[in-house]
Ligand binder design. Structure first.
Ligand code: SF4
Ligand code: SF4
Length: 468
């Protein structure tokens, strides 16, 4: 254990060993209230927006749809239904490229009048602007005097198609289902948003703290946890205040202020920083009795359980020096990313690269017509000056990548094994434990694309495993 690791272990600061401090660039989009995208003319709802088995289309072409109607479902254990995010009519299933570059089948929906139920009053026009935001996040989020039973909470979450909105998109009902062999002692709400540029979670904590706190209480009840902790980095004092107020009446919930450091929002780093527990290599947070839930997912849990509403919209940060007017935008799932860019004034003349997510863990977009998915936390547009980097040179064996890796891996060895297709060696160096945070590549003076090699290697190993 290095001196730095020892200092972290015996310090009372909520932090973890190693990691990096890239410029946050949060001020570009953190200041303004969440904006609401006007209802687009079309959306395309991908049938595979989550970890697990893709859905199958549940609607026929020309079917009339209201917001929230199921358009895709799966009987597989690990999956999440998808729902219409606008009212209108379905078109034939098509194929789309997702923001992460993968291909998925999808159900296009053309906007139209809401479907009228036979014998019922005509359906009201869909909400727009602040009325839509208030409908999704406003009002009273108190739990009823007799709160729903855990099984009912899990069923509501499953029906709503909830997945982790922080990026991994793992189905939430699976994460929260109790496992008698591994009891949960704490639910950790992740409000760190450590990825540079992104501020969607930050704004949501300021503007909608009540549903976030209600969702945490429901998540704790679903998985049997007696403790809830809302973890927020110390660069968001206004979010800390808002969440403290929202959780003030809940003695079993604390707000933990963490050091601003990348990747604090990684599950393993967060658990060790806040709860002092080490998740074993190859293990899961559940192995140390913890479930980690993103703050936006928590608000969606409250909406699903208390109001019976599926996941149809999410807040997306549209930011970077390559966009004219950075903002956080509430958008329907399935809207083209190009619509968000247009809403924010379009690209600047020196814009060069559009990234789905942030610059550390995001994916360069090949096509801005890709749809927003449940896991799309942000769109970052980088300029030519930001993209141009010094040329790659040879590794100088400085060891900086090893010192930066929060998972104590040896990035240079893994990247080399991956580059040369030595999968046995890559496995021996624990390639699958890598969380793809990018710290190693960020600090490398030789500009070796370590994280890219490792990510490609992991994808290849997973593909081979699926084929077997
Ligand atoms: S090896 Fe993986 S976990 Fe370690 S710094 Fe590089 S990308 Fe992050
Ligand atoms: S940081 Fe770059 S140059 Fe230094 S050891 Fe790692 S790969 Fe080599």
């Amino acid at each position: 254990m290095s001196l730095a690791d020892l200092l972290v272990r015996f310090s009372d600061r909520k932090t973890f060993a190693r990691g990096i401090h890239p410029p946050g660039n949060k001020a570009l989009s953190a200041g303004g209230a969440i904006e609401v995208l006007p209802t687009p003319a079309n959306v395309v709802i991908p049938l595979h927006q989550h970890t697990g088995t893709p859905c199958e289309a549940a609607v026929k072409p020309r079917a009339a749809l209201n917001i929230g109607d199921v358009v895709g479902r799966s009987k597989a254990a690990v999956s999440a239904d998808v729902h219409a995010s606008i009212a209108g009519s379905a078109s034939a299933v098509t194929a789309v490229t997702l923001p992460n570059g993968r291909r998925s089948l999808a159900v296009p929906i053309k906007a139209g009048a809401p479907k009228a139920e036979p014998g019922a009053e005509p359906a009201p026009a869909p909400l727009e602007g602040r009325a839509l935001f208030d409908d999704l996040f406003g009002g009273d989020w108190s739990l009823p005097a007799t709160p729903p039973e855990p099984a009912a909470i899990l069923e509501a979450i499953k029906s709503a198609g909830l997945v982790g909105q922080g990026g991994a998109a793992f189905p939430t009902h699976i994460k929260l289902t109790p496992n008698p062999a591994k009891p949960v002692s704490a639910v950790l709400l992740n409000g760190c948003e450590c990825e540079p540029f992104l501020t969607a979670d930050h704004r949501l904590m300021i503007e909608a703290p009540e549903p976030i706190a209600a969702g945490l209480r429901l998540a704790m009840r679903a998985c049997g946890a007696s403790r809830g902790v809302i973890a927020i980095e110390d660069n968001k004092p206004d979010a800390v205040d808002a969440m403290r107020r929202a959780a003030a009446a809940c003695p079993d919930i604390d707000v933990a202020v963490c050091q601003t450091k990348y990747p604090m929002g990684g599950e393993r780093q967060l658990i060790v920083a806040v709860l002092g527990k080490e998740v074993p290599t190859g293990g899961l947070p559940l192995d140390v009795g913890v479930v980690v839930v993103n703050v936006a997912t928590s608000a969606a849990i409250a909406r699903a359980v208390l109001r019976g509403r599926p996941l149809t919209h999410r807040v997306v940060t549209v930011t970077g020096r390559g966009i004219v007017r950075p903002a956080n935008v509430l958008a329907p799932i399935g809207v083209a990313i190009s619509e968000l860019l247009k809403h924010c004034g379009g690209l600047t003349t020196d814009a060069r690269r559009v990234v789905a997510g942030g610059p550390m863990m995001g994916f360069t977009l090949a096509d801005v017509e890709a749809p927003v998915t449940k896991g799309t936390s942000g769109i970052t547009v980088l300029t030519a000056a930001e993209v141009e980097s010094a040329e790659q040179t040879t590794c100088v064996r400085c060891g900086r990548c090893v010192d930066a890796c929060p998972l104590h891996l040896v990035p240079t060895k893994i990247a080399q094994a991956s580059k040369f297709g030595d999968w046995e060696l890559a496995r021996r160096y624990d390639i699958m434990a890598c969380c793809e945070c990018g710290c190693c590549a960020y600090v490398c003076p030789a500009r070796v694309p370590l994280a890219q090699h490792i990510r490609a290697g992991k994808a290849r190993i997973m593909r081979d495993a699926r084929r077997k």
